[in-house]
Design a protein around this ligand. Structure first.
Ligand code: U2P
Ligand code: MG
Length: 183
């Protein structure tokens, strides 16, 4: 496996997007519908909520500090460092929101602070991950599509409640990644 290029997604894989959203949602709208992570059935958090609540969901995702303040997903930092230490070529491959103003800068700030400054140069920010060449893409999104219908990478799905309907892909967590990838 060494000499391979591993593309590691950010939100939902190394950065706890849903934890940050749920914390802000609960604080700000304690009286409103609340879906804990375990009850999420769809990838986009906005799609889980009824039409009249969607603007309130977006308000949180678009506001300053949302992308900056996410907690790391347990084990992610250690896994990135271990992968790099065994000689894998590791990149952080993430898509920005189209409402990008806070998201783009804050993703860079998060990487600088969390895995560390040397990881900033490993960031690949793209709306289309199929264009990026790699051996594996570790990503929580159930299906990753783009202009390349046959991407170079194998999509290894990072296990989250909202992607458990996908059973045709290898499934990984930061607890079992060594076994799944064969280390
Ligand atoms: O939509 C662009 C990117 O933002 C993150 N995202 C957005 C909405 C949502 O409900 N959940 C979510 O994760 C994803 O970023 P990534 O995983 O690529 O870092 C999504 O691709
Ligand atoms: Mg993701």
């Amino acid at each position: 496996m060494t000499n391979k290029r591993i593309l590691v997604d950010m939100d939902g894989v190394i950065a706890d997007f849903d934890g940050e959203f749920l914390k802000r949602w609960r604080d700000r709208h304690p009286d409103k519908l609340y879906y804990p992570l375990e009850e999420r059935t769809v990838f986009y958090v906005k799609d889980q909520y009824p039409e009249e609540l969607k603007p309130l969901v977006e308000e949180i995702l678009w506001e300053p500090t949302f992308f900056r303040d996410m907690m790391p997903i347990a084990g992610a930092r250690e896994a990135l460092l271990e992968m790099a230490a065994v000689g894998l070529e590791v990149f952080i491959c993430t898509s920005p929101l189209s409402t990008y103003r806070n998201c783009v800068l804050e993703k860079y700030e998060w990487v600088e602070r969390t895995p560390g400054a040397q990881w900033v140069r490993q960031i690949i920010l793209t709306k289309d991950k199929t264009l990026i060449r790699g051996d594996l893409l570790i990503d929580d999104k159930p299906e990753i599509t783009g202009v390349e219908s046959v991407p170079s990478w194998e999509h290894v799905i990072y296990d989250r409640p909202y992607n458990r309907n996908m059973n045709n892909k290898r499934r990984i967590t930061w607890e079992n990644w060594r076994d799944v990838l064969g280390f």
